[in-house]
Structures are given as structure tokens and as C-alpha cells.
Ligand binder design. Structure first.
Ligand code: G3H
Ligand code: 13P
Ligand code: ZN
Length: 322
């Protein structure tokens, strides 16, 4: 017998996206794998009064354990209440790779799932996505599909090159699958090395986004690979023994532009990893005698809160919308 997300106090993405579309902002979808990341995301979103999508990849699920994650999400809802603000919180599977993974997440309390059939032939992507939608919708869980391939690493799937979304396919895909939102590929990619260092950063393909918006009026679009790869953290990592030369992300101005369009969900993982790693490296370099994880995780968590709040306020426009 499964657990419904409704019993845990979570919400699906339907209302969040409708409001984001109307208000011309985007909901943050922040990935987490551990307690400190989750605490930071919830604290930042409560303090900035932002709705939030807690995002869990297949790898995160394997790392943290599915049961543990469900209770962590339940804890996050209660923790937000304790902090004094009931923000809408969705628990979302990121890059689900099979019907079985999506079903298992839905049955264990996720309120939203992504089924990523973007690497499959078009018809197979439709078939797989529809199968997930049919099951998810029977339990009022929302589904994100994807058309077009992003370069970079998603769990075990590595794509060398991106393939932009073909706007001519989006209507058929959405109509045949019944999905609730669509991730598209317009030049972002996963990870901390999105563009070639020393060369001008090619702008995102806003023309493709516009074409998708015209064909799917009012339909929520999702942007993956949207870390801006904050240079302050890259420099700090390199200063304290790391090796991340040439790491580059999406300029914030372009993310702001996307958030003001039909893009209702913006996925950010790498920026959280960078902030956490930078602060841990700095602390350990400056306090070589410390070995209590609380000592080095606390400043890292504080930095994460600062960064997520800044994203909500300055980039996504979701602050004050809860
Ligand atoms: O899109 C990928 C996310 O950043 C998740 O990464 O599969 O290493 O947890 P992960
Ligand atoms: P980044 O690697 O740019 O943070 O993208 C994360 C993402 O798209 C998760 O699905
Ligand atoms: Zn992604």
C-alpha cells in the first residue's frame, strides 16, 4: 500500500505553475541529497516566502534511500511550519528513467515526477510518457515530460551534444501524452561546464522558446541545466585546492528573461553543489584541526541559504509569491 503525498502535506505542481504563468515568474526546483541541502532550501524559501519544488534525482534516491527521503520531505513540511510560513512544497522526481522508477516514487509520496524519454525516438517517448501520466494522474500527481536533449550528465545518461527541441513536435507530444509541463532544450546543459572558457557565451535560443510558447499558449515550460555557476564559488574552490578551471554557467540575465516567459520551473543543482563545496573547502583549509562535520557543514549550509534566497529574489522572481 502506497503513501499519498497529500497525507504528507505536499502539493502537486498544478497550482504553482498556474500562478507562476500568470505572475511571470518561475518556481525554483532545487535538487537535494542530504539533510543540510534540504534544510537550506526550506529555510531560504520560507524566509523569502517562495513556493518550492524539492527535486530528487534517481542518483539521490539511491544515495539517500527512498524511505528516508519520504520522511525528510515530511519533515521539511513540518519544519517550514515551525519556521512560521506554510509555503507550497512539491516533491519531484528529477529525470525519471522508467515507468517503474516513476511509479515507485509516486507510491512513496512524491507529488510530481519527470519521465525523461528525451533520448528515445519521438513515438517511444510519447508511449513511455503517456504510461507514466496515466498512472500519475489517477493519483493526482503531476508529470513533466521532455523533448530535445541537453548536453551533460544526468545520472547514468551522458549526452555529448545537445539537440534543440523541435517546436513542430511539442503540440503532438503534449496532446498525446497529457503531460502537465514540458522540459525543452534551448542551449542550457547540466553541470558546471556549460560553455567553452575564453569564448563568448552563446545566448540561449529564445526563438525556440517563443515558438513553443506560441504553439502551447499558457502551457508550463521547464528549463533544466539552469545553474549560473557562481564565479565566486568556482574561485573559492580553486583557491582552496580544487580544480574547476573554466567552469561557466548561464548568465543570470538570461534566466530572468526565461522566468518572465512561459518557463514556470527552473532547475538548479550545480550551484548548490558549488556553494557547499566552496565553503567546506574554505573552512577546512582555515581550520585544519577541525573534524566535527557540524563545524564545516554549518557555514556551508548558511551560504546555501544565502544563495537560494538570492536566486528566488533576483533571478526567479518567486520570492513573496507563497
Ligand atoms: O540533472 C541532473 C541533476 O543535476 C542530478 O544530478 O544525477 O548526479 O544526482 P545527479
Ligand atoms: P544544473 O547542473 O545546471 O544545476 O542543472 C540541474 C538540473 O537540470 C537538474 O535536473
Ligand atoms: Zn535536469
Amino acid at each position: 500500500m502506497g503513501v499519498s503525498y497529500k497525507d504528507i502535506g505536499l502539493v502537486n505542481t498544478k497550482e504553482m505553475f498556474a500562478k507562476a504563468m500568470e505572475g511571470k515568474y518561475a518556481i525554483p526546483a532545487y535538487n537535494f541529497n542530504n539533510l543540510e541541502q534540504l534544510q537550506a532550501i526550506v529555510t531560504a524559501c520560507v524566509e523569502s516566502k517562495s513556493p518550492v519544488i524539492l527535486q530528487v534525482s534517481k542518483g539521490a534516491r539511491e544515495y539517500a534511500n527512498a524511505t528516508m527521503l519520504r520522511y525528510m520531505a515530511m519533515g521539511a513540511v513540518q519544519y517550514a511550519k515551525e519556521l512560521g510560513c506554510e509555503i507550497p512544497i512539491a516533491l519531484h522526481l528529477d529525470h525519471g528513467d522508467s515507468f517503474e522508477t516513476a511509479k515507485s516514487c509516486i507510491d512513496s509520496g512524491f507529488s510530481s515526477v519527470m519521465i525523461d524519454g528525451s533520448h528515445l525516438p519521438f513515438e517511444e517517448n510519447i508511449t513511455l510518457t503517456k504510461k507514466v501520466v496515466d498512472y500519475a494522474h489517477s493519483l493526482d500527481v503531476t508529470v513533466e515530460g521532455e523533448l530535445g536533449v541537453l548536453a551533460g550528465i544526468e545520472d547514468d545518461v551522458v549526452a555529448e551534444k545537445s539537440t534543440y527541441t523541435n517546436p513542430d513536435q511539442v503540440v503532438e507530444f503534449v496532446e498525446k501524452t497529457g503531460c502537465d509541463s514540458l522540459a525543452i532544450s534551448i542551449g542550457t546543459s547540466h553541470g558546471a561546464f556549460k560553455f567553452k572558457a575564453g569564448q563568448p557565451v552563446p545566448p540561449l535560443r529564445f526563438d525556440i522558446l517563443k515558438e513553443c510558447e506560441v504553439r502551447l499558449p499558457g502551457f508550463p515550460i521547464v528549463l533544466h541545466g539552469a545553474s549560473s555557476v557562481v564565479q565566486e564559488y568556482v574561485e573559492m574552490i580553486n583557491q582552496y585546492g580544487g580544480k574547476l578551471e573554466g567552469a561557466l554557467g548561464v548568465p543570470e540575465e538570461q534566466l530572468r528573461q526565461a522566468a518572465a516567459s512561459a518557463v514556470c520551473k527552473i532547475n538548479i543543482d550545480s550551484d548548490g553543489r558549488l556553494a557547499l563545496t566552496a565553503k567546506i573547502r574554505e573552512f577546512l583549509a582555515e581550520h585544519p584541526e577541525e573534524f566535527d562535520p557540524r563545524k564545516y557543514l554549518k557555514p556551508a549550509r548558511t551560504e546555501l541559504v544565502k544563495m537560494y534566497k538570492a536566486k528566488n529574489v533576483n533571478v526567479l522572481g518567486s520570492a513573496g509569491k507563497a
